[in-house]
Ligand binder design. Sequence first.
Ligand code: LIP
Length: 268
Amino acid sequence: MTPDPGTLLDLAVDVAHEAGRLVRDRRDAVDRITVSATKSTPTDVVTESDTAAEALIRRRLLSARPGDGLLGEEGATVTGGSGVAWVVDPIDGTVNYLYDIPQYAVSIAAQVDGRTVAGVVHNPASGQTWAATRGGGARLDGRPVRESGCDRLDRALVATGFGYDSARRAAQADVLRAVLPRVRDVRRLGAASLDLCGVATGWFDAYYERGLAPWDLAAGALVAEEAGVLVEGLGGAAPGPEIVIAAGPALFPALHDLLASLGADRDG
Ligand code: LIP
């Protein structure tokens, strides 16, 4: 039986808040968070909080729903048989967390047969929680949110982000150099899930980034879509590691065409 998305969301919100308390308490307890490992590059860091939070999230979700699958950024991979799979980023914006910049999030999405049906993005530093179910709308702290309705690229506030690999960053800088004079301004917050929720909330008019992982994208993309945001790749492709473009329907075509003309889905 297909589980109720609202029930999945309630569990996800509860677990995200518990993981957020762990992450925040650890952050507040020390002046300097310890880097416990690095991944793709020396600047792609993991902290003990990342791994502890992912372990808590895995334990709570799978004890509540033993037959589910789970994919976590820090290595948790569980094949389930229920048809429900959880996609988890225990701390999205880990570098911000390392530097005690209050822009990081616990991101948990529930997928049924590969489609996200419920998602939560919780910022433990601010206490803000975005939540959405497929077809049920998107909310910030219980209040409905909606994209900005911006329809002019030269009036758009655009969020973006950059990878950890230096060659990719050079290519992304070339794209940014061409985008910057075409838009109102650019913001780089450092957490994709919060960037996507920012578009949903009208803090930004659009967001784009190349190189996102499934856990960066899953919950924030649902929140954005439920706030009226188009979240796609180039040429109608699904959003993914090639590129994610998020904007309201009035703005999306102009940003899409600019990024397509710049080859923003390639590394140079
Ligand atoms: C982060 C993404 C962000 C990107 C950063 C980093 P992490 O994820 O959310 O959009 O620009 O470089 O990849 O590594 O903090 O989970």
